[in-house]
Design a protein around this ligand. Structure first.
Ligand code: NAG
Ligand code: NAG
Ligand code: NAG
Ligand code: NAG
Ligand code: NAG
Ligand code: NAG
Ligand code: NAG
Ligand code: NAG
Ligand code: NAG
Length: 460
């Protein structure tokens, strides 16, 4: 399943958080805009292994969208092993225990000795530092997540929630929460009748399993305030039991699923649908402006109920009918490189900003990179491109070309300005394009559950 930030515990050091959160209700327009922080987790893994984790996540997501079982943990672990074989500077002691096909889950914890990208020295040929550490290597771990702050309970207290586009439940940990490792649920804010006088427990059970973690507990009612909008008696979940990926998370007290409510395991409306039902706005619209850390800004925002017209060029706006899937799938009408159109086979794009990369069918990835000056296919089957590429890659949706910022074509350059970097366009064996942050950072992106449409416009 698609989750923005399930992670290995101990090593995760968020590089950016703690901005004060000031909800900005745009009174005249009836919109509600919340700042969104992009949190980069420093997993210290080699860039190509993080790239592979992202491709693993992409494989899971497209399988889910197609209603197929998707790759097993064993296959995803094998992908990581295979990828490690092609990293020249990696010490050959990628010591994750081999998958045992007899076990229902795979214990990927172990001592891994991995080459770490040299963060400080940005010169071209800085040798990678070798570091020892003991860590859980998530097979599809996320290095990026989006976090907002909402208020829950009476008296109201702040909860930081990971925003997840691929699921439909809202939950926070309860004050009786235990982690899968048998101890408490970490340094978080918890919810229960002792801390909130408006808390009502229905005692109905719920549970959810994500790609690499889980949460389960009971369905409750309490007051939730999002961007100043008060939802009394909102129905959501508290978790009495969570995976260590959540208990160990350094930021999030819970998660807010923002998919269509078809994916809700609690069987309740998503917050944006609940707010529409309460009359705060007319349509269940959620709009996103992704922050771009590369420009040293962390100025993302999510707007409920409409589009924030100050964040895009209205003359570039297109509204596109989505497929009937619970995911946001729209027709891909073409691709071009520096204005020259490139023949690709795929005709469908699954829009998901929980995905870091643009992940495309292998044949399309080959066709596309063959037009990008200096791009090369690596032994692993993935691609490198010049770190300083200025090539314009555009995707055509709703009759309009939207260009990717060349800086975003590079995956995790970490300041390197010359030489080859891993391409932000990954390949996999599927027939859809999975369109993630690499593209979405260039656009204003909005989804409307009621009209079943996706809106794109050039971000400003
Ligand atoms: C890694 O650990 C080994 C043994 O524990 C030690 O000999 C080696 O110096 C360590 N390497 C680094 C880079 O810390
Ligand atoms: C898009 O990103 C926003 C954060 O800006 C997040 O709230 C949301 O879950 C994502 N939604 C989709 C549909 O990708
Ligand atoms: C727990 O979190 C709070 C606020 O996020 C922080 O100030 C405090 O240092 C943390 N405590 C520990 C033991 O990590
Ligand atoms: C929870 O709130 C809903 C309305 O949002 C209401 O229908 C339901 O009865 C409430 N449940 C409890 C246990 O109070
Ligand atoms: C269990 O997980 C919590 C949160 O991740 C962590 O603080 C604690 O040290 C872990 N306990 C054990 C016994 O591993
Ligand atoms: C989108 O769907 C609506 C009906 O749901 C239809 O009227 C409209 O023509 C469609 N637009 C396109 C571009 O297909
Ligand atoms: C979605 O389903 C409706 C009826 O079930 C159908 O009329 C419509 O054409 C479908 N839309 C797409 C894009 O498949
Ligand atoms: C890429 O697009 C930008 C803006 O449209 C343009 O200024 C630039 O010349 C283009 N670069 C190339 C190599 O075509
Ligand atoms: C498109 O599909 C055809 C037929 O399956 C194949 O021959 C061709 O190489 C593919 N081209 C691309 C760019 O995927």
């Amino acid at each position: 399943m698609q989750l923005l930030a399930l992670l290995a515990c101990a090593l995760l050091v968020p590089s950016l958080h703690g901005h004060p959160i000031r909800p900005r209700a745009q009174r005249n327009s009836g919109l509600l805009t919340l700042p969104v922080r992009r949190v980069e987790r420093n997993t210290d893994l080699h860039v190509d292994l993080r790239h592979q984790q992202n491709i693993n996540r992409a494989q899971r997501l497209v399988a889910r969208a197609a209603g197929l079982p998707g790759p097993s943990d064993v296959e995803l672990l094998q992908n990581l092993h295979r990828r490690a074989e092609f990293i020249p500077e990696l010490e050959r002691r990628f010591n994750i225990p081999q998958a045992n096909a007899g076990l229902p889950t795979i214990e990927t914890s172990g001592i891994a000795k991995l080459a770490v990208e040299n963060d400080d020295d940005t010169s071209d040929n800085a040798p990678p530092k070798l570091a020892n550490f003991s860590s859980v290597i998530e097979i599809d771990g996320a290095d990026t997540s989006y976090v907002i702050t909402v208020q829950i309970g009476t008296p109201a207290r702040d909860f930081n929630l990971i925003l997840d586009s691929g699921s439909g439940d809202l939950w926070v940990s309860s004050d009786q929460c235990t982690s899968e490792n048998g101890s408490g649920c970490g340094n978080h804010t918890f919810l229960g009748s002792d801390v909130s006088s408006s808390f009502v427990n229905s005692r109905k059970k719920w549970s959810i399993t994500y790609g690499s973690g889980f949460a389960n507990g009971e369905i409750v009612n309490d007051t939730i305030v999002i961007a100043g909008m008060v939802m009394n008696d909102h129905t959501f979940g508290v978790a009495h039991s969570i995976s260590s990926s959540f208990s160990g998370d350094t930021i999030a007290d819970g998660l807010m699923g923002l998919s269509k409510s078809g994916l809700s395991t609690q069987g309740v409306p998503t917050p944006v649908e609940a707010l529409r039902n309460l009359g705060f706005f007319k349509s269940a619209i959620t709009s996103y402006r992704l922050p771009r850390l590369i420009d040293n800004e962390n100025n993302g925002e999510v707007t409920f109920g409409g589009l924030d017209e100050t964040k895009f060029d209205p003359s570039t706006r297109v509204d596109i009918n989505a497929s009937n899937s619970s995911f946001w799938i729209i027709p891909l009408e073409g691709v071009s490189v520096d204005g020259q159109s490139v023949a690709v086979n795929s005709t469908e794009a699954l829009m998901d900003n929980g995905t870091t990369l643009l992940v495309v069918p292998t044949a399309d990835a080959v066709a596309l990179h063959s037009q990008i000056p200096g791009a090369k296919q690596q032994g692993s089957g993935q691609f490198s491109i010049p770190c300083d590429t200025t090539t314009n890659v555009s995707l055509r949706f709703g009759g309009r070309d939207f260009a990717i910022d060349p800086k975003d074509l590079v995956f995790a350059s970490r300041g390197r300005k010359t030489g080859d970097c891993t391409s932000g366009i990954g390949s996999f064996d599927d027939d859809k394009w999975l369109v993630g942050d690499t593209f979405l950072k260039a656009v204003y992106f909005s989804t409307n559950v009621d009209a079943n449409t996706v809106t794109l416009a050039k971000a400003i």
